[in-house]
Each structure stands twice: as structure tokens, then as C-alpha cells.
Ligand binder design. Structure first.
Ligand SMILES: [Zn+2]
Length: 263
């Protein structure tokens, strides 16, 4: 499996991806909004885009479907419940299904509601796994829920699915938000030295050569995985004095999501 991260350079800071089979040169494009950059990257590598995967139905993820499909004949895959929202969709996906790319690549579908109710992440079957996490999990952050999502579902996705993935899982999110998100982490947990060090290292990074985190790193720097951290809880109780001393993780998650909306 070869992964090419394509930085769109747009105002929403979208990342698109090409996932290719090194043997056959067949490639799947993830959320190829900037289809021209995706086509150029595929051409440069000698790959043919045969499939398009939309992690979810938002326009900044699906906007390149039609022109890319027209130029390549690629089929569009997305969550099966997105079929009324993504007109180009050819295959509806459900949890546990496997998407094959060429001869060597297998991507397992995770049904990950929260940002929207028809969102998938995919996880590669490779020695070091990779997670293409769309707008569910960002570097040092979590997706918002105000365009068709639900914070309770997002919490369940984090706690019951993402938190259980292996530490060495590479994280490929749908947007480049790491710098701003690390500032949120430090706002919520000022003594998080790992987040502080990473912010100093990455501030002003070139998104064309973006840092790729792992789940182990996210567990250290992502507030939405740090629901039992004493300093996260202490700081949260400053904002919400009615919180008990040992709030349950779901409550912490929902309050953090609420604060992030206003931040
Ligand atoms: Zn979205």
C-alpha cells in the first residue's frame, strides 16, 4: 500500500488522499475535492484512479466526485445511508466490509457516526495499520457535530471504536487542523508537555509535507482521548463548577465538545 497525502491549499484546509496498490498501480482517491491535484499526483506516480471513497456527505469531501469520475471512470463508494445525499454513489458501505484496491490493498470499513450519521473511516490491513479518519478524528481534535451529527454518537465512536485501535495506527485526517487543535489542548490542559513540544515543532509546518501522527501520539495530545486526565478534569470544573470531582468520561467528552464549539 502506498499513501499519497494531497494538500488542497483551500480555505477549509482539506487533505485528499490517494491509496495505491504498488503492484498494479490501481488507486483509490479519498475525498478528492481537488480532483485536479489528485489526477496530477496519480499521473506523476503512474497510477490509475479506479475508486473514489467519500468518508461522508459534506460538500468539501464530495465536490470532486463528478469531474473525477468523468475523467477516470472511477466508482464512488460511501456509507450506505449516504445514498440520497451523494448522487454519484455506486457502492454503499457497511461496517466490516473490505474495499480492495488492486491486488495488495485491503481497507476495512468502520461505521463511525458523530460528525454526520453516515460517516465511515477505513483502516488498512497492513503491518503498520493506517486509519483514514475523515472528519471524525483530527490530529489533536474531534469533528464537530453541527451539520447533521450528534455528540453522543461521536463519543461512542471514539470510546468504542477509535480508542481500541492499536497504538501504532497512522492517522490520516480529512483536514489540517493540528496547530489550532494543539492550542485547544493546551488551553484545556496547560501542563501537557507533549502537546507543547509538538506545537513548537509544527507551528507553521508546510502542509505539503505534513506531520503524520499515530494513535499513541493522539492518546497523549488529543483532549478527546484524555477524558480521565486529572488536569483536564480540574480545568473543566473551572468552566462547569457543577461537575462532580470524578465525572464520567462521556460527560467530559460532551463538555469538551461544547467548549471547542465556542473556542
Ligand atoms: Zn465534514
Amino acid at each position: 500500500m502506498i499513501v499519497k497525502q494531497v494538500w488542497t491549499g483551500n480555505a477549509y484546509r482539506n487533505f485528499n488522499y490517494l491509496i495505491a496498490c504498488g503492484e498494479t498501480g490501481e488507486a483509490l482517491a479519498v475525498d478528492p475535492l481537488d480532483y485536479e491535484k489528485c489526477l496530477a499526483a496519480a499521473k506523476e506516480a503512474g497510477w490509475q484512479i479506479t475508486q473514489i471513497l467519500n468518508t461522508h456527505e459534506h460538500r468539501d469531501h464530495t465536490g470532486g466526485n463528478a469531474p473525477l469520475a468523468q475523467r477516470t471512470g472511477a466508482k464512488v463508494l460511501a456509507h450506505r445511508n449516504a445514498k440520497d445525499k451523494i448522487p454519484e454513489m455506486a457502492r454503499g458501505l457497511a461496517a466490516g466490509e473490505v474495499i480492495k484496491v488492486g491486488r495488495t490493498v485491503e481497507l476495512e470499513v468502520l461505521d463511525t457516526p458523530g460528525h454526520t450519521m453516515s460517516h465511515v473511516c477505513v483502516r488498512s490491513h497492513t503491518d503498520q495499520p493506517a486509519l483514514f479518519s475523515g472528519d471524525t478524528l483530527f490530529n489533536a481534535g474531534a469533528g464537530n457535530c453541527h451539520n447533521g451529527g450528534h455528540p453522543d454518537e461521536l463519543y461512542k465512536t471514539f470510546s468504542q471504536q477509535l480508542a481500541r485501535l492499536p497504538d501504532d495506527t497512522l492517522i490520516y485526517p480529512g483536514h489540517d487542523y493540528i496547530e489550532n487543535n494543539l492550542r485547544f489542548t493546551l488551553n484545556r490542559e496547560p501542563d501537557n508537555q507533549r502537546a507543547q513540544a509538538l506545537l513548537e515543532e509544527l507551528a507553521g509546518q508546510d502542509p505539503n509535507r505534513a506531520y503524520v501522527s499515530t494513535l499513541a501520539v493522539e492518546r497523549e495530545i488529543n483532549t478527546f482521548f484524555r477524558l480521565t486526565s486529572p488536569s483536564v478534569i480540574a480545568k473543566l470544573r473551572e468552566a462547569f463548577p457543577e461537575l462532580p470531582e470524578n465525572p464520567d468520561p462521556r460527560t467530559v467528552f460532551l463538555k469538551l465538545r461544547e467548549l471547542r464549539n465556542k473556542w
